[in-house]
Structure formats: structure tokens, C-alpha cells
Design a protein around this ligand. Structure first.
Ligand code: ZN
Length: 293
């Protein structure tokens, strides 16, 4: 190896070459050195998109696109690229679950990426299950040595983190059926042409993986979200909000609220009692009295 005088390396140092190069504009992500999250798609990738691979002639890379590797790692440094993808996945998963360590991590697929995903989960001390339909002696041994539990069927686990590496929609669908509350499902695999029984899911996978997309569920909200909501409504145009509420139905005609009418947007059931038969006390009146507090 030769190294320019101003580089951080000396001949004999081991490095890993990064795959992607920033776009020429650059976009905000590339300008910040995060070209993995390039926004305009004009990035290039060695040996993949718009740029020769490292093996094209001589292995040659600028220092800013290389990462030093400990001499003890030696040629195993070739695994740094797939592991970098997994390290990024864990960074994102942790950001989505800042207060929760996973109780159960499910890795689907026991190819190189799946096994490395199991390695990183095991290193973090998480209870990890590795699923593949095709357990070979070598795969079984690799799983055993990590202390991860092999699965031959997607069954009997309730993962709160799923790392999907097969790119197969039917595997993703099977994993989604198992997830626990607050689960994060990370898509890492892409399989060209794998439509399977769910073309819509296959198409979502093809888009979400290269676009760094996030697929997640949400239900309910915390107090701070309600506070945000109240502020958003306060800033909104009152007439606009009024127009959104197309009908108000008194409680004794509640069933009308369930009828679909052509101009319906938001239909509200009011709990107010008509003035002539308003009781002297009752829920509506209690609420009215309490409202100002
Ligand atoms: Zn960019």
C-alpha cells in the first residue's frame, strides 16, 4: 500500500473502503457527511452505481472514503461494510425506543447479513432468535456459538425488534404477525422479483430499503402530544376547523352520527340536553360548570 504524505495512514495500515460517495450538489445529508441518507439520489456507489468497483484496476481510495481497521482483524475487515449497515440499524432502533431495551430480537434469514445481525444483537446482550428454513450444520454451529436460539418456523416468539434480512415478503409478513407492542421492524434485505403472496408488501420493501424508509405503527398519544395538539388547533383558522365539523348530532339521535351522508367529514355527537328539558343537575351541567377551571 502507498499512502499520500498528508493522509492519516502509513504503508501497512489496514483500511476498509466505504461503498458510497456523496452527490456533487451536495444535498444537506451529503454536506454533513451522511451520504448514506442522500436526499437527491445522485450519489454514486463503488461497483454498484456510476462508479467502478474497488477491484476494477488497483485498489485505490481517497483517505476520506476509508476507515482504519485494527491489524488483528486483518482480512475479516471485509465484513465491516455489512456490519456498518447493522450498526446504523441499531442506532435508528435505539432512537425509536430510547427507554426500552429489547426483550426479544428476531432476525429473519441466516445468510451473512442475518448471522451478522444475530452477532450484533448477541453482543448487546439481547435474547435473540434466528429464523431460517434451511439450517445447515455450519449455520447451526454459528448460531450456537453466539448463544442465539435457532427457529425453523416463525412461531412461538414475540419480538420487540425484528431485523429482516431475507427480502422475502412472506417472511416479513410472518414476522409482522408476531411482533410485541412498541416493536420496531427493520428491513435490511432486498430480493429482486420476490412478489410472493403480497405484491403490495414486496413493492413497499423495494422502496423502503434503498430509501432508508421507516415502517412503523402508532396508537394513542402522551400528554405532551395532547398539549402539542391543543397548540396546533389554537394556531389554526377557526372557520377552517368549523368547516371540518360537518354535522352535530344530539345524544338521543346518536345513530344518525353513524349514517354516511355525502358531505360528511367529522360528525360530532353533542352531550348537551335541549334547554326545555335540561335537568337542574347532571353530567352536561356539571361539565359546563367545570369548564372554566
Ligand atoms: Zn446527497
Amino acid at each position: 500500500m502507498t499512502a499520500p504524505a498528508n493522509s492519516p495512514y502509513a504503508p501497512g495500515d489496514l483500511v476498509v473502503g466505504m461503498v458510497r460517495r456523496p452527490d456533487p450538489v451536495p444535498c444537506v445529508s451529503c454536506a454533513a457527511g451522511e451520504w448514506d441518507a442522500c436526499r437527491n439520489g445522485r450519489y454514486t456507489s463503488c461497483g454498484i452505481t456510476g462508479r467502478d468497483g474497488y477491484g476494477a484496476q488497483l485498489w485505490c481510495a481517497a483517505p476520506e472514503f476509508t476507515v482504519p481497521v485494527d491489524p488483528g482483524i486483518a482480512a475479516r475487515g471485509v465484513l465491516a461494510e455489512p456490519v456498518s449497515v447493522l450498526a446504523k440499524a441499531w442506532e435508528r432502533i435505539s432512537a425509536m425506543r430510547p427507554r426500552e431495551h429489547p426483550h426479544c430480537v428476531l432476525v429473519t434469514g441466516a445468510g451473512p447479513l442475518g448471522l451478522l445481525a444475530a452477532l450484533l444483537a448477541a453482543q448487546r446482550g439481547y435474547r435473540t432468535f434466528l429464523y431460517t428454513r434451511t439450517w445447515t450444520t455450519r449455520r447451526t454451529s454459528l448460531a450456537d456459538r453466539l448463544g442465539v436460539t435457532p427457529l425453523e418456523r416463525l412461531d412461538g416468539v414475540e419480538p420487540d425488534v425484528v431485523l429482516e434480512t431475507t427480502g422475502a415478503p412472506h417472511v416479513l409478513a410472518g414476522a409482522l404477525d408476531l411482533i410485541a407492542r412498541n416493536a420496531v421492524v427493520c428491513l435490511l434485505g432486498l430480493t429482486a422479483g420476490a412478489e410472493g403472496p403480497s405484491p403490495a408488501l414486496a413493492s413497499a420493501m423495494r422502496r423502503l430499503v434503498p430509501y432508508n424508509g421507516v415502517l412503523f405503527g402508532t396508537v394513542n398519544a402522551a400528554r405532551r402530544h395532547y398539549a402539542d395538539a391543543v397548540q396546533a388547533l389554537a394556531r389554526a383558522d377557526r372557520d377552517w376547523l368549523d368547516d371540518l365539523i360537518t354535522r352535530q348530532v344530539p345524544l338521543d339521535r346518536w345513530h344518525e352520527a353513524l349514517e354516511r351522508r355525502p358531505d360528511d367529514l367529522k360528525v360530532v355527537v353533542t352531550l348537551e340536553t335541549p334547554a326545555e328539558d335540561a335537568p337542574h343537575s347532571g353530567p352536561a351541567q356539571d361539565r359546563a360548570e367545570k369548564a372554566p377551571t
